[in-house]
Design a protein around this ligand. Sequence first.
Ligand SMILES: [Zn+2]
Ligand SMILES: [Zn+2]
Length: 298
Amino acid sequence: MASSKSRDSKQDTPPPVPEQLPAPVADSHTHLDMQGRTTEESLKLSASVNVTALVQVGCDVRSSEWAAQQASAFPAIHATVALHPNEAPRLVLGDMDEWAGRGAQRDAGGEAALDAAVERIAELAARPEVVGIGETGLDYFRTGPEGVAAQQESFRRHIALAKEFGKALVIHDRDAHEDVLRILGEEGAPERVVFHCYSGDAAMARVCAEAGYYLSFAGPVTFKANDALREALRVTPLDRVLVETDAPFLTPVPYRGRPNAPYLIPYTVRSMAETLDVELRALCAVLDENTRRAFELM
Ligand SMILES: [Zn+2]
Ligand SMILES: [Zn+2]
């Protein structure tokens, strides 16, 4: 890909392709629709480093429909569908400046808008290429106190969908650890729960392990300052550890701040192997197997 240095700032330049992993690994959480490549290009790049399966995550009705459609078109892609915790309050209350919504501004739709959107997510959830309900959960970082009720209501309905359709529940938890665990307990967790971009500490990881939840680690586990997150990784049972990019966000070291994509997951996997002091090939096999088990992939 020809990039002109005079025009592109380094921050916008995609990082180079790393050395390929010694065994196949799945990216358990990505957003191909935000990465500026065709799906074919993304899959080709990923395959070149041994990333052979991707979980494409929906955040609203439109991206959930897209995820399901991509998953039915490409065997390497598996879809999850949901209303993101920042999307639910926007449906109910309308877009507000501080939520920095993507796409057009919308008016407040009230409970009826949430009902209609959940209904559509439920239709998609029934499809076999849809392997999970997510990303759902709570985000108290981006959503202010006025959106919490809608967010929690949406989270409860998504938990119910995961159980109804027997799919994995993919949780987005930002600055909301206690309430996420509390609501999961109140509703009763589905059989398979994945904390995407796990951001809790070792104590919370132990609670999650006890409950049998999967913890998916993203780029931040490579960041120098995140010793607590690496400690959480060390205490997580190896059969509950997943890896993800959450691309285009959270690019691992040494390309932090530049655009992320599934082909960059080798940096995160290598860093995790070092943290865990396990052989790279063995870790790849474990991560791949865990992702397949968590999402019941073929
Ligand atoms: Zn998320
Ligand atoms: Zn995400």
